[in-house]
Every structure is written in structure tokens, then in C-alpha cells.
Design a protein around this ligand. Structure first.
Ligand SMILES: [Fe+2]
Ligand SMILES: [Fe+2]
Length: 401
């Protein structure tokens, strides 16, 4: 998106948020009109933040604390003002073309000749037999695993604090018996209406057990570009009904890989963080076995039977797009963790409370005068060379002087 358009979008998002907004109504992005020449990394970060804001407009959020100042009705009306929503939607098209469509195009060519039946038949055995992901493998030998795991929880919160809100957007409508199968999966995700069992609530319990706050959108200032890209890829699928069959591919890959990865996380937590609330992971390791079977037997198979191979190709594209996004995020967390662990100096582990939403952020490719920064939930870095060498997609939030 052009400089001027980003400038005015950022100003409007800030105006909509008002001063010191509650986290859920904070729509700001880190674009600062003062930077005449933002670096490529900063442009990419802020473009992803703006795209996330456009997607967040599609569902209801409320602050959990009812004692905030002012009228909640006025707040809600301003947050969801149709003028703001229209502006965000207008930017969304351009941002999707810039950030997500190229990722999809790369997968489309790769998935060209894969048969969906073969793909489905080999997916579960392949994932079940795979080694734990790179990040979990890294944690096993990291002396600072507590801090890296807190960062993992923070980075994943973009999606998991509103778990399944994206896929819920793909449910409404009228499309036959597969709709009812998808709805049964969705109500599991929402705990069958029992609040304490809702998956986002189980996730909150894990966050709290690591001493972290749990308000939706409360960590946006610590999310790195790779986490935003994952969030935005999922929402790109589900917020565009034209991607319906690709959404099924997302569910196929996500449910299948989750039954394995959450089992790995559950074992890891039991071994290394015995006090942690691991119910989120234990529940998924169990229920996603059923969800995978439901997607395969009650959604993919009937769709293939009804519409044929053309739809199968779409399902594979959605699944492979998801696989690539998950893999990038896993590799990034591992690479970032290693780079910080290997530093000789300039690192103070922990989450510095002063690195808050009011502070500026920076990306490793920037050349503006350096200030110490907080890297996600991991550590404070005060060595500019170390920060400059951190993997692409990392974001630092300046700590108060
Ligand atoms: Fe879930
Ligand atoms: Fe699931």
C-alpha cells in the first residue's frame, strides 16, 4: 500500500481507538508518519497489522472489565462505526493482494497435480510419524525455555484468544449436510456452550498459569510479523467465501496436525512446566482425533463425491497453504530462540513491563538510532548488533528509558 494511504489509515485507526483504549478496542498500528522512509521490515509489519485490524472488525469483542470510564454503548458504536469499517475494507483488498495472494500463488503451482484422495490418505500417517516441531525440539535443550514458551503463548494468542472465530465465519449459509458436520466441530470449539470448556478459555488458563494477562488483543504490540502473517492467512481464507473449499483444506490440515502438535506440547509441559495449566493441549490431543475424522469422512468425502476433482484441488491448496504457514511460524520461533540463547551478552530474559502499547517498535533492518527493545515475551535486548542479526520477521518494542 502507498505511503499516503497508509498514513491516513494509521491516523484514522488511532482516532478510532482514542487515547489509552482498552485492549479490545485498540485498533492502532505502528505506522508513524514521522518516518519518512520506513524500512522494508517495518512496512511489512505495519501492513500486516493493518490487515489484522480489518479482519478483527468482523466479530464482536468487549472488554472483560465493566468498570472502565465512559459509556460502553458509545464505545461500541465508535469501534464499529460503518465509516471506519468501510475504510478498513477498502484497504483490505490492497493489503491482501500485497501480503497473502503471493503466498497462495506459490502453493497453487505446487499443488497442481496432487490428487486429494491420495493427499488425505497419506496426511495423517505422515504427521503422526513426524518428529516434534523445530520449536519444541529447540525448547528441550534451552536453559531459557520458560521465556521462550511464554513468547510462544503470546505469539499464538492472536488466533487462540478468539479461537475458531475465523472458521465460524465460514459456517453461516446454506450448503447441505457438510454444513452440519462443520457446525458440530464448531460447537466443540465453543465448549458446547459451557464457558469454562470453550477452547479460548482453556487457552486463557494456560496464559494465566505462565503469569500472563489474557485479554483479547492485549498482546498486539508484541506480535511479530511472522505471527501476524499466520493470523492473516487464516482470516484471508475464512473471510472470503470464494475460498470455501480452501477453508476445508485449512480444517483438514489444522485438525490433523493439531492432534499431533498439541500432544507434543502436552508432554513438554508435563515434563518441564509441571505447574502449568495444560488442559488446552490435552483436550486438543484428544478431540482433534475426532475432528480430523469428521473433516475427512463427513466433509471432504461428500464434497469430492458431489463435485469431483476440481474441488479436491482446492482442498489441497488450502491444506498446503496452512502447512506452509504453520511451518514458517514454527521455524521462526526456533530460529529466534536459538539466536537469543547463543548471544554472549546484551540479553536480559523476561518480559519488561515498560515495553507497552505506547512505546515505539522497530524491526531488525532499521537504521534509526537504537534503543533497547523487548522481543515478544522472551527478553530485553540492548545490543544493536545482536538485534540487527535476529531473523527477518522479528519485532522489538522499545522499553521505557
Ligand atoms: Fe480448538
Ligand atoms: Fe479441533
Amino acid at each position: 500500500m502507498g505511503f499516503v494511504a497508509m498514513d491516513s489509515l494509521a491516523a484514522r485507526l488511532s482516532e478510532r481507538s482514542g487515547p489509552h483504549p482498552p485492549a479490545v478496542f485498540d485498533s492502532r498500528i505502528d505506522w508513524s508518519g514521522a518516518d519518512a522512509k520506513p524500512s522494508d521490515g517495518m512496512r511489512r509489519l505495519t501492513a500486516h497489522q493493518a490487515l489484522m485490524r480489518a479482519y478483527q472488525n468482523r466479530y464482536v469483542v468487549l472488554p472483560m472489565d465493566g468498570s472502565q470510564k465512559g459509556s460502553i454503548v458509545e464505545r461500541l458504536q465508535r469501534h464499529y462505526d460503518p465509516n471506519y469499517l468501510a475504510e478498513a475494507d477498502a484497504a483490505r483488498r490492497t493489503l491482501e493482494d500485497e501480503l497473502i495472494v503471493p503466498l497462495v500463488a506459490a502453493i497453487e503451482t505446487r499443488a497442481e497435480d496432487t490428487s486429494c484422495e491420495d493427499y488425505v490418505a497419506q496426511l495423517l500417517p505422515r504427521i503422526r510419524d513426524s518428529e516434534p516441531g523445530q520449536f519444541i525440539a529447540f525448547l528441550e535443550s534451552s536453559p531459557n525455555r520458560q521465556h521462550h514458551y511464554r513468547n510462544f503463548l503470546i505469539q499464538s494468542s492472536a488466533d487462540l484468544l478468539a479461537e475458531s472465530s475465523a472458521s465460524a465465519l465460514g459456517i453461516i449459509g446454506e450448503f447441505g449436510e457438510v454444513q452440519s458436520a462443520l457446525f458440530r466441530i464448531l460447537i466443540d470449539e465453543f465448549g458446547y456452550g459451557e464457558h469454562g470448556k470453550k477452547h479460548s478459555q482453556l487457552y486463557r488458563a494456560t496464559l494465566r498459569s505462565f503469569g500472563l494477562p489474557d485479554e483479547y488483543n492485549g498482546f498486539w504490540h508484541l506480535l511479530d510479523t511472522v505471527s501476524l502473517e499466520l493470523h492473516n492467512t487464516i482470516h484471508f481464507l475464512f473471510q472470503n467465501p470464494r475460498n470455501f473449499f480452501r477453508q476445508i483444506g485449512f480444517l483438514l490440515y489444522a485438525e490433523t496436525s493439531y492432534q499431533k502438535s498439541t500432544g507434543d506440547h502436552h508432554r513438554y509441559l508435563r515434563q518441564h512446566h509441571k505447574e502449568a495449566d495444560a488442559r488446552y493441549f490435552g483436550e486438543h490431543a484428544h478431540i482433534d482425533i475426532h475432528h480430523t475424522a469428521m473433516v475427512v469422512d463427513e466433509v471432504v468425502a461428500p464434497l469430492l463425491k458431489r463435485y469431483g476433482a476440481e474441488v479436491g484441488r482446492e482442498i489441497v491448496i488450502g491444506a498446503e497453504l496452512t502447512a506452509a504457514a504453520f511451518a514458517r511460524s514454527d521455524a521462526h520461533l526456533a530460529a529466534l530462540g536459538k539466536a537469543i540463547d547463543e548471544a554472549d551478552s546484551g540479553v536480559s530474559f523476561g518480559l519488561d513491563a515498560s515495553a507497552d502499547r505506547e512505546q515505539r517498535c522497530r524491526t531488525p533492518d532499521e537504521t534509526t538510532p537504537f534503543q533497547p527493545v523487548q522481543i515478544g515475551g522472551i527478553a530485553k535486548i540492548d545490543d544493536p548488533r545482536l538485534f540487527a542479526d535476529l531473523p527477518d520477521g522479528t519485532v522489538g518494542r522499545e522499553v521505557a528509558a
